[in-house]
Design a protein around this ligand. Sequence first.
Ligand code: PHB
Length: 250
Amino acid sequence: MANSRSGDSVTERLVRVLETFTATRTVQTAAEIGRRSGLPISTAHRVVNDLVVAGLLERDDDRRVRIGMRLWELSTRSSHALRLRQAALPYMERVQLRVREHTQLAVLEKDEALFIERLSGAESGSNITRVAGRLPLHASSSGLVLLAYGTPELQERILQAPLVPLSRETITDAGVLRRKLAEVRTLGHAIAPGYIEAVSTGVAVPIRDETGAVAAALSVVLPRDAAPDAALRELRRAAADTAAALGYRR
Ligand code: PHB
């Protein structure tokens, strides 16, 4: 890949441009992209133009730029996340219908929990997860499941890094987190009361793929003091049905 004078490759420049888009910043001018990407303004303009010509970005009548449908199409159609999401969706809907609280599907991505689906009802309570949003592994119920069944290298990396609190009840002590992960493996689920927000409790279970490896976490966000038993029953059933749909036979 050809390098610029600053040493970054064409791909790195593309990624820097695309990363300036966020859940709340979906439309920008090329000048704003230039500033936020840290690229020289002429480089940013050229990269944006190339991406518009390729259809990966789209320009509106005011010459403002947004992520193109072509980029969504290319990244979605063959993605592993989509296969997981499609297998899980009918069972997530059943959980949502019965528990009537937010229901999420998350995968491990670069040491964080990345949410690939979320179903919410009109009466569901507080929830900070977003589709294509991330939460720290040590703080969320889904993250705790993904971490507990992750590799020893992943666990050591997270245990040795600063455990940044999201609320007053987030686990910030490595010894406490180590014991919590052991508990998750023993029980087969994670309960995270107030770890993210004082008003809610995350409850998560693992989903296995065709090989039996934990591929995702399925969770609900309950009001803080709700009993988790009924939700756990629904989550376990949905996780087993999803694993069967993915080809896992126990
Ligand atoms: C959790 O999974 O623990 C969780 C996620 C989002 C919230 C609260 C808890 O808003």
